[in-house]
Design a protein around this ligand. Sequence first.
Ligand code: ARG
Length: 454
Amino acid sequence: MKLWGGRFSKSTDAAVDDFNSSIRFDSRMYKQDIRGSQAHAKMLGKQGIIPEKDAELIVKTLGEILADIEAGKVEFTIDAEDIHMNIETILIERIGDVGKRLHTGRSRNDQVALDNKLYLRDESEELKSMLEDLQKIILELAEENLETIMPGYTHLQKAQPITFAHHIMAYYEMFSRDLSRLADWRKRMNILPLGSGALAGTTYPLDRAFVAEQLDFDGITRNSIDGVSDRDFICEFAFVLSMVMVHLSRFSEEIILWSSNEFGFVTLDDAYSTGSSIMPQKKNPDVAELARGKSGRVFGSLMGLLTMLKGLPLAYNKDMQEDKEQIFDALDTVKMCLPVFGGMLATMKINKDVMLIGAKGGFTNATDVADYLVKKGLPFRDAHAVVGKMVAYCLDTNKVIDSLSMDEFKVFSELFDEDIYTAISLETCVNLRKIPGGPAMETMKAVIEGYKNK
Ligand code: ARG
């Protein structure tokens, strides 16, 4: 008979059991479920709600069940519906009536809210360290490329010279924001829902603060209806994951472009590329493409969660069981992408000479030519127009600004002097941009040092 079977006169249809059961996917929360139950049992004993020695036996037996699960000795059944009832059933099988006391003052509704929180909180620690590992790789790559000049783009058209360090440190910032979002998420979600009961709390004198402390929560939820029906923390977590994927996907897109024959800025390591079954010459950036492609399913999870939640009346509804597969898939996807993406970055070859040639074309120093004239007294708008004419002349004559003779410069403005050549060298263009946030080597170096010592 089901744990809740008392009022039923027949058993559920097999198809309904299958449809209703979540054990296929929520079994992964076994550790958190046991941890939560142990804290609950301890508290029940301490409060004299159940005999102290029963509480002790429950805590001990749950520990043994945990060990048996980890040793692969336990088989869950769809008959017991979900992880909560599977574990409770096993407990009762092992210690009979004592086990039946565990669920006192608790509902699966507050139990599942708790397990969800504990599970995501544990996972968030792993996500955090994966993001930090990726940042370390970016930092090292940046340090090695402080002087690697490359073209910076807007509209995917060459704009101004930057360094490769400057470019990839932009991603470091993105992942820092992801980490800060994660820390912020934790602050908001880290309150204990247990004690909310089915929706209206309980008449037992539970010590919620004690349970909160046992389980490392910063406090307790203040409304039992919200306690069991809140899934904001799952949606928010899915958003954090989605933003990570946006960042990985943008980064991937650049790597795909950079590794193309047209760009040639980077060469992916053979260990991080794949071939074609028909074209012998092919070397494809599959890792970056998959990271870009998988972003869609993570965003899909976020949309799925929001949609699942938006029409639900308070408090618990079974729809909420659908929160798990969505967030698990999003989490698994991100956790799969991050390390392999890091490996691809760490092993790719940076083609510095190709980047430099790229920066030399496309008039990336045109702004600096205008700024030169401004420093000699010309208003910026006039300088802009002068340099525009110079660019047109260069395009007609197939020249670059740096290669013009002094006489040619003078045709466009009397203000030009010999010092123009150093003023618009790419090194000058980059290294005069010492402004905080800019690409100058010394500025970027200080930023990197700061992050290394943080
Ligand atoms: N498996 C359920 C879930 O994941 C647990 C809560 C069930 N509560 C209930 N009243 N049926 O949401």
